[in-house]
Design a protein around this ligand. Structure first.
Ligand code: VGL
Ligand code: ZN
Length: 201
């Protein structure tokens, strides 16, 4: 595999996936250590802003009584109901001015794990000249995986921020399997160490 150009540029975008209260410890659908992605994401956000790159934050944004909730036969407890505290971004997440917020899962039926599903995100990124996307957030085995696979399908060179994702692991090994699936599809894992303008010195 060719080595990527290790500079963050304005043709890059950071996709912060679903870092919302309901996915953090104490939330309705808590991801173990979900809060641990916040400090590293904040460092990545600062680096992307400094490089003039776009920051996108996706959010799970369901209507009450969404089809994915257990009461309707879905797999999940009620979570991320639009406008509730649980659906709000984690308070410690330093989303920048100019951050593009993408809501998904708004249709009453059917789930939308990917930030590209029904949101127009691929077109928006192309219009802005984005060629590479860097994906972090929650959860590795659901929305991060789906977003990464769609980004690859849409033709973006796609990186997974290995220090900034956590898995639900509803079945043991789901997170690991998702990581392998993303890599087999062509995603490159990085923590941006050694990148100009990124990572921790
Ligand atoms: C997610 C389960 C249900 C996620 C969203 O953001 O990974 N997982 N809805
Ligand atoms: Zn959901």
């Amino acid at each position: 595999m060719p080595q990527p150009d290790r500079h963050i540029t304005p043709h890059d975008a950071l996709l912060v996936v679903d870092v919302q209260n309901d996915f953090l410890p104490g939330g309705a659908l808590a991801v173990a250590d979900g809060n641990r992605v916040v400090p590293s994401l904040n460092r990545h956000i600062a680096a992307f802003v400094k490089a003039g790159a776009l920051v996108v934050a996706t959010r799970d944004w369901h209507p009450p009584g969404h089809g994915s909730f257990t009461a309707r036969g879905g797999p999940w407890p009620p979570h991320c109901v639009a406008g509730t505290a649980g659906a709000a971004f984690a308070p410690g997440l330093a989303l920048p001015p100019g951050c593009l917020v993408v809501s998904k899962g708004e249709r009453p039926d059917g789930d939308a794990y990917s930030g590209f599903d029904g949101t127009g995100l691929a077109a928006t990124l192309r219009e802005r000249g984005v060629q590479r996307v860097f994906v972090g957030g929650l959860a590795t085995d659901y929305c991060v995986q789906a977003t990464v696979l769609d980004a690859i399908k849409a033709g973006f060179a796609t990186f997974v921020l290995s220090d900034s994702v956590r898995a639900v692991n509803a079945h043991p090994g789901d997170g690991r399997a998702a990581t392998l699936a993303m890599q087999s599809a062509g995603a490159v894992a990085t923590d941006l160490r050694g990148w100009a303008g990124g990572g921790t010195p």
